[in-house]
Write a protein that binds this ligand. Structure first.
Ligand SMILES: [Zn+2]
Length: 105
């Protein structure tokens, strides 16, 4: 193949151009996939934390039925907080993934 920077012929599996010395690793086109996988991790994290909130809420389910109002209140708060944390984490990871990886610059 040819070096995309200086145009001289180099070995196909070369990581660095022997003529101009520039790294050819940045040329690889798997970075958009990497970005998507990072965003995917954010989604999974959000769902996972939401699920943890659900499990915690179910564990807090009181044995006495007359404490049902307390259960609903506690469950709602627990699940709401975990879901909020999950959504915030998702946004942070997604924004970081978008800002740190700019393959065409
Ligand atoms: Zn070169």
């Amino acid at each position: 193949m040819f070096c995309p920077k200086c145009g001289k012929e180099i070995e196909d599996d070369a990581a660095i151009c022997i003529h101009c010395g520039r790294s050819l690793e940045t040329k690889k086109e798997d970075k958009p996939e990497y970005r998507e996988s990072k965003a995917g991790i954010g989604v999974v994290m959000g769902l996972f934390l939401g699920l943890i909130g659900l499990i915690i809420g179910l564990c807090l389910y009181p044995a006495e039925t007359n404490a049902r109002k307390t259960f609903i209140k506690g469950w709602g708060i627990t699940f709401g907080v975990c879901a909020a944390v999950g959504i915030i984490l998702f946004i942070i990871i997604y924004v970081v993934a978008l800002s740190t990886i700019t393959p065409y610059i």
